[in-house]
Design a protein around this ligand. Sequence first.
Ligand code: ARG
Ligand code: ZN
Length: 849
Amino acid sequence: MKDAAPQPIYLADYTPPNWLIDDVHLTFRLAPNATRVVSRIAFRPNPDTASRDFFLHGEALTLIDARIDQKPVTPDLVEGGLRCSVPDAPFIWECEVEIDPANNTALEGLYMSSGMYCTQCEAEGFRKITYYPDRPDVMATFTVRIEGDMPVMLSNGNPVSQGPGFAEWHDPWPKPAYLFALVAGDLVNHPGQFTTRSGREVELNIWVRPGDEGKCAFAMEALKKSMTWDEDVYGCEYDLDIFNIVAVDDFNMGAMENKGLNIFNSSCVLASPETSTDANFERIEAIIAHEYFHNWTGNRITCRDWFQLCLKEGLTVYRDAEFTSDMRSAPVKRISDVIALRARQFREDNGPLAHPVRPESFVEINNFYTATIYEKGAEVIGMLKRLVGDDAYAEAVRLYFNRHDGQACTIEDWLSAFQDVTGRDLTQFKRWYSQAGTPRLKVTEDFKDGTYTLHFEQHTPATPGQPQKAPQVIPIAVGLLGPNGHEVMETTVLEMTEARQSFSFEGLTARPVPSILRDFSAPVILERATDNAERAFLLAHDTDPFNKWEAGRALARDGLIAQIREGAAPDAAYLDAIHAMARDDSLDPAFRALALGLPSQDDLAQTLADLGTTPDPQTIWEALETLRQARAQHCQDLATRLHAQFQVTDPYRPDAEQSGARALANAALGMISRLDGGAQAQRQYDAADNMTQQLAALSCLLQSGTGAEAVQRFYDQWRHDRLVIDKWFTLQIVHADPQDAAATAARLTAHPDFDMKNPNRFRATLGALAANPAGFHHASGAGYELLAEWLIRLDPVNPQTTARMCSAFETWKRYDAARQDMIAGQLDRILDTPGLSRDTTEMVSRIRG
Ligand code: ARG
Ligand code: ZN
């Protein structure tokens, strides 16, 4: 017998809470298997609602005692919480529960990680700590007392008092329960200090396990930069006396913005040159900023309900991208973000998991922390800013902050601020929040009597539950280049609102070459018939860095598609154009490194599917190998020159300049390794004094099939550093030959260091298998079987991470019948597992369709 299907909840069913809270007192008596949580909550009736039904969420709690106005009561324990009859007037609820943090492997609520207590309450984890109206529109101030024998005991807000065996904290800012946090453990701090622009002295701390204190300096600097940037750019100042960050080894996501007490996956905070790559440093800087920026966009102004998640996430991702652009290179950040957007969000938007930026229903909210809500949500903010202009954007955000400080808000509140400032009707723009799917933008053009006209046609394909789509507002940034490569019209933003629309440009002396969708001004797929000559021209001459990169990318993609579909040889036009680009020393090395990247296997599979060709993962992999080999030969001398020219001799710095140089040198090393059997990579490996150089060399050695010895040495060198060993697991699987990938992953799951309870390690192993598409989709089906087997094993331990990783299967419908059958078989096998979690049931059912 199957369990009853979990029921969705709907945005349309939202009703305000019946009871409001001003103030919460919590006492924790910590014990690994029997922590007691005592709550004292002042409830008052919500004057805006009629019902006085009193329901508190609660899960996995043992109720010890409950009182209303000091009199014992016996609540009805019901599915997901409790009900109790209560007075029709303000009252004090007191309750004691017992919980078991040591056995909480789901890593939601209060749990233990490497001997320390920590929490993760977003989205609905607080109900695993005590009975509470666990919904974001109930906001209260919190006073927290922690009793236990841990040397460091932290909660939100400011410290009130502490002594032997206890610590007390008070958070004066009303907040929803999902922003609650508690940490207790044997921790050491890396201290810092910040003075806000109005003169508040803020104590900063990064708390880590003893031994990791040497890896905090970079995150601390990133935090200070974030605090300054948010004051300078958004006028947002920090609002407590202390800001704590804690690194935790076992964590489902990247990090969490709990008020005054951010909790981070240790992989997103700990950094040192020896153990972290340039990419790790950049990501840490961005995540520190992201969580800090939530203090205003998320905490001071939060979400009314979880359907509004993009209100805080899309906006905060947009803000952290602006920050990174300011700290580093704006074009490089934009190009990298678009690569990631296409890889994750376009893929999601094009398959069975497609959903709007503001979903209208969900079964398990944890399944909606997606690329669509985060990354497409950020694109929507970027479009809004482009449409209204920088000044109006700044003014509208200011209005939003002033109007809604201390409130739990909706997308309507956000858009109203823009409507009120600009007088613009944003009704149509709002479709970006409600319509799923990536719009396709078809472009044709004509030129007559000095007038050049671009004809656009937009179409968004059907997505689950949304067969028909209405036209969206698309800001299309366009520039025009003359035949000599000079710009004849600088970037102009066209505002498309109709299904078909044309825009003309007059007074041109010759037919121009258009540069369309500059800076990737909208998250759409551009469809335009063009040729190699024009792409090479744009790669050489476009003044817009994004479109310059895009031209090279399109050239590579078309050539690869011809290799795959027609058995063509690697495209000479691409090889010549990319050689010319790579040797151009006027270009930023980081840009050149990005332009030397190739479309991913997954990109190519989708492009083929769009063209009506069933993708064969092995053929795609071979085409990429063939092209890389041809390119290495074509660029042989240049690669040797670049590798030497961009060696960094200064002491290591993880900044844009040095990491750009290393990225280009390592792209060159990739070419060299295809010709010298790995000799140069071996020399780099032996000499490396930082992880970027060491890992790049190891990747090259693995790809040239000469990595066995280095793999062993790497393990021996780093066996005591779990974050580095995660890389060791991943690299061997990602670079395994397609026919060996599943076997390699299977072998590593038997390694003594494999630990499925640690999400980082699980992802480093099984996630890496999915990141080797030709291996994962190998015709034997071994990849599918291995992943399904481990998802079934992980589900009872950690439903959230299991459910997220099911998305490896989301593209299954694009493959041949044999693969589809095998995948369907594995999806059914997962669904048939007795007691499967709500999280995984929802994901697999949606994918299965
Ligand atoms: N709000 C966090 C962030 O974006 C993500 C936490 C999500 N956690 C979860 N279990 N769904 O920084
Ligand atoms: Zn966030």
